[in-house]
Each structure stands twice: as C-alpha cells, then as structure tokens.
Design a binder for this molecule. Sequence first.
Ligand code: HEC
Length: 152
Amino acid sequence: MRKLTRIAAGAVLGTSVVAFSAQAQFSKPDSAIKYRQSVMYVQQVHMSRLGAMVNGRAPFDQAAAEQNAAVVEQMSRLPWSAFGPGTDKGRTNALPEVWKDRAGFDKYAQQLQEVTMKLAAAVKSGGANAAKGPFDDVVKACDRCHDEYRKD
Ligand code: HEC
C-alpha cells in the first residue's frame, strides 16, 4: 500500500520527480544501477535491429523500423535520473567522471535525446535512406559518452 501511494505521488508530481535523489526513486543504489544498465541494454537491442535494416543487412520493414526508433527515443530519456548520488559504487561500469563532471555527462545525455528524436522523425518520413545519417549520429552519441564515462 505504501509503495502504491509513492508511485501515485510520483505520477502526480510528474517531471519534478526527476530532481529527487536516486534513493528517493529506487529502493537502493543497486536497483538504480540495474535500471540504467537494463535501459541501456534495451536501447542497444533496438539500435541493432534498426541498424540491420538501415544498413541493408535485413529487409527494410517500415513499421518495425518506426517501432525500433521509437523505443530508442524513449529509452534515451530514461537512464539519467538513475545516476544519482551513491550509485557510483557496486556493480557499475560507470566511471567516477560521471559524478565529477556532471555537466559534461548531462550534455552528452541531452545530445543523445536530440539525435534519437531526429532519427525517429527521419525513419517516419523517409525510411531507410533518410535514416542512415541520423542513425550514424546516434551511434556516435552513444560512443562519445562511453569513451569518456564508461569503463570499456
Ligand atoms: C551520456 C552518456 C551515455 C550515452 C549517451 C549512452 N550511454 Fe550507454 N552507458 C553509459 C554508462 C555510464 C554506462 C555504464 C552504466 C553502469 O554500468 O552503471 C553505459 C552502459 C551501456 C551498456 C551496458 C549495459 C549493461 O548491461 O551493463 C550498453 C549496452 C549501452 N550503454 C548502450 C548504449 C547505447 C546503444 C547508447 C546509444 C543509443 C548509449 N548506451 C548511450 C553512458 C551512456
């Protein structure tokens, strides 16, 4: 019951919930780490499926491509609030730089959200040809952040 109330309160507060510390959103730091890793993983699965179609390794299916791009766009908004204080230790591959240089990390996170939005729009309006450039931009946005903020 308590949990339900908290979820309901979160829904009402909407975006302001993002400002809370990880402890407020997740029961423990491990849960936050697992959450962000899961989101990243889902993102990668759908990027691979879309990439296969965009780069001609799989037949281009407009509806499936749009779905994959929409998932990537959605996922790109989710991980960041799970990098809260106290989630820098444990089973994480995030480098300490995430917390030392939060502005830089947040900038890359913002850029990812922008390029995934462009990718989703390109897939919708122009199919495989239009998606190729934006797809590569998303891959670059993933790699750029991993190079600086993730252990390889
Ligand atoms: C702003 C930085 C940033 C961006 C952008 C970013 N990532 Fe990540 N990613 C991370 C960090 C940090 C980790 C390590 C998380 C951890 O272990 O706690 C990670 C981890 C991962 C993992 C490993 C997950 C696991 O199971 O441990 C995958 C897969 C991944 N990212 C895929 C992607 C893909 C695909 C994109 C682009 C669509 C992307 N990431 C964009 C920072 C980023």
